[in-house]
Ligand binder design. Structure first.
Ligand code: GLN
Length: 293
C-alpha cells in the first residue's frame, strides 16, 4: 500500500487483482479505473507507463480496485457511464444504462422519422425513467416538442434531472407510481409512451450476476412472478393516456416477445411488432393505439 508506483506497475497490478477476482473484462476495467484515478486518457496511460503516480492517485486507484473486488459495478465506481454516446451520472439507486436499451431509443427515433409527415410524434413520455438515459437521448437525437418522464423513485429522479441538465435537454419530470400522480391534463394527448420497465421474473433475480443482484435497485428489475406485471399495467393504462394513433414502445426480455405481442393485441393495439437487438434476440415491442375507437 501507498508505495509509489509507475503507471505501468499500477496497471499490471490492477489487471492481476481484477483477474484474480474473476472479472471477465479485467484488463479493460483496470485501464478505465486507472484512467479515472490518474486523470489521464487511455492513450496517455500507455505513453507514460514509466511515469510515477502520486501517492494520492495510488490510493484512489487501490480504493477503486477494492470496491471492484467486492463486486461494486464499474459504472458506479466511475460515477458515470455512456449511453447513445452521451454521458450519464449513475450510482446506487439507479439502474445502469445498458447498450441493449439503445435499440429501444433507435426504434422510437425511426418511427418518428418514418411518420414525420403523416402522424408526427411530438409529445413523448418515458415511464420509469431511471437515470433518464431514454428521454435525454430522445431529446438529443429526435425532434420532440415535449419530453416527459416519470419514476416512482426520488433517488432516480435526482439522477435523471442532473443528467438532463448535463446534456442540455429539457425534460419535464414527475414523481409518480405509473400514471397515479401524472398530469391529468395529458389524458388522451400523448403521442408516444416509451418504457424499459422492470421485467425480470422474480424467481430469476437470485441468479443474476453479483453486480446486478447485490448493487442495482431491485425495483428497477423485478417484474413479478412472470416478469410481465408492468407490461400488463402499462398497456392497460396507456390506452387512456395515448391519443388515437399514438404509439407504445417497450424494452422486453429476450423470451418475452410472444407474450408482449399477445398482450398488446388483446388490448386493442395494432401494427404490433417485435424488434431484435444486435445479438439477434427479441428486445423491443411496439404497437399503435388505433384511430377512431
Ligand atoms: N436488461 C436488464 C438486466 O438484465 C433488465 C432491465 C429491466 O428489468 N428493465 O439487467
Amino acid at each position: 500500500m501507498n508505495r509509489n508506483k509507475t503507471l505501468g506497475e499500477a496497471l499490471k497490478e490492477g489487471k492481476a487483482r481484477l483477474k484474480g477476482a474473476g472479472k471477465e473484462n479485467y484488463a479493460f476495467e483496470a485501464e478505465i479505473l486507472l484512467e479515472k484515478a490518474a486523470g489521464y486518457s487511455r492513450t496517455a496511460l500507455f505513453l507514460r507507463r514509466e511515469e510515477w503516480l502520486s501517492a494520492e492517485c495510488v490510493n484512489t486507484y487501490e480504493e477503486m480496485l477494492n470496491q471492484r473486488e467486492r463486486g461494486r459495478p464499474l459504472q458506479y465506481i466511475l460515477g458515470e457511464w455512456e449511453f447513445m454516446g452521451l454521458p450519464f451520472f449513475v450510482g446506487e439507486g439507479v439502474l445502469i444504462p445498458r447498450g441493449d436499451t439503445e435499440v429501444l431509443v433507435e426504434t422510437v427515433l425511426e418511427k418518428q422519422k418514418e411518420q414525420a409527415e403523416t402522424n408526427p410524434l411530438q409529445t413523448v413520455l418515458d415511464m420509469g425513467t431511471g437515470s433518464g438515459c431514454i428521454p435525454v437521448s430522445l431529446g438529443k437525437y429526435g425532434d420532440f416538442r415535449e419530453i416527459l418522464a416519470l419514476d416512482i423513485s426520488p433517488k432516480a429522479l435526482e439522477y435523471a434531472r442532473k443528467n438532463a441538465a448535463r446534456n442540455g435537454v429539457a425534460v419535464e419530470f414527475w414523481e409518480s407510481d405509473l400514471f397515479a400522480a401524472f398530469s391529468q391534463s395529458r389524458r388522451g394527448k400523448l403521442d408516444a409512451i416509451v418504457s424499459n420497465p422492470p421485467y425480470i421474473p422474480q424467481g430469476e433475480i437470485a441468479g443474476l450476476m453479483e453486480e446486478v443482484r447485490e448493487f442495482e435497485p431491485h425495483n428497477a428489475l423485478d417484474g413479478g412472478k412472470d416478469g410481465l406485471d408492468f407490461y400488463r399495467r402499462i398497456i392497460k393504462e396507456s390506452q387512456t393516456w395515448l391519443r388515437d394513433g399514438g404509439w407504445l414502445f417497450f424494452e422486453i426480455g429476450y423470451h418475452q416477445g410472444a407474450a408482449l405481442l399477445a398482450l398488446l393485441q388483446e388490448n386493442g393495439f395494432v401494427q404490433t411488432q417485435i424488434r431484435q437487438d444486435l445479438a439477434g434476440l427479441d428486445r423491443v415491442a411496439l404497437g399503435q393505439k388505433p384511430y377512431g375507437r
